[in-house]
Unconditional design. Structure first.
Length: 209
């Protein structure tokens, strides 16, 4: 699913959890009890997010292509249901459908985002929700990075296992619409909105499919 296997040395949470997890928990709470027993974590990494969610009453299944990530997760969180797998596998056949499919800071690492989006759609029950986060890119933020001299380091090609795609709200919305999601909306988190660190896309699986 990713450019190369992302290496994990521990099961510690990434720095992005500081601003992503509170927002995700608010969104999940809005789904009510229907989400409690049915969350899929696509690209669960080292299991740090999947470990937090059961503490709030959610039952989680997750996959990640990183064998080191799954190894660290299984070592630190032996009760979690997380496995090696990727968006290029037929995950819905293997695991079924879920009320919520969650994918945090993954899609920017994906070679084939349309395949990723199709797999995400297949994992969500009709009426269910997909939650996708990725670093935010917008005109003012990009101008700000250019003026501060940080643009080259931000878009560096020298980061092994790094970002392959850089998404804006219009491009991510177009991808999710192509995958036949509906009711697409966005939240921006980390800093003020125009300089947000990440954006979170919410996309609904239509009831009649």
């Amino acid at each position: 699913m990713m450019a190369d296997e992302f290496k994990f040395a521990s099961a510690d949470a990434e720095h992005t959890a500081q601003y992503l997890l509170p927002a995700v928990l608010r969104i999940l709470a809005g789904e009510g009890e229907s989400a409690k027993r049915s969350v899929f974590d696509l690209g669960c990494g080292n299991g740090a997010t999947a470990e937090i969610l059961p503490q709030h009453g959610y039952e989680v299944v997750g996959v990640d292509p990183s064998t080191s990530g799954i190894r660290e997760a299984n070592r630190a969180y032996p009760n979690l249901q997380i496995f090696v797998g990727s968006a290029y596998n037929d995950l819905a056949v293997r695991f079924g459908r879920f009320q919520v499919a969650l994918s945090l800071e993954v899609i920017e690492h994906v070679y084939y985002p349309r395949k990723f989006a199709a797999t995400l759609f297949s994992l969500v029950r009709p009426g269910g929700l997909a939650i996708v986060s990725t670093p935010y890119h917008g005109y003012l933020k990009n101008v700000g990075m250019a003026l501060s001299g940080k643009l080259d380091s931000h878009f560096t090609a020298l980061w092994h296992e790094g970002h392959m795609k850089f998404w804006s709200i219009p491009t991510l919305k177009k991808l999710l619409l192509e995958a036949t999601f509906s009711e697409i909306s966005f939240q921006r988190v980390g800093r003020i909105p125009v300089f947000a660190k990440s954006m979170i896309a919410l996309a609904r699986h239509p009831q009649n499919t």
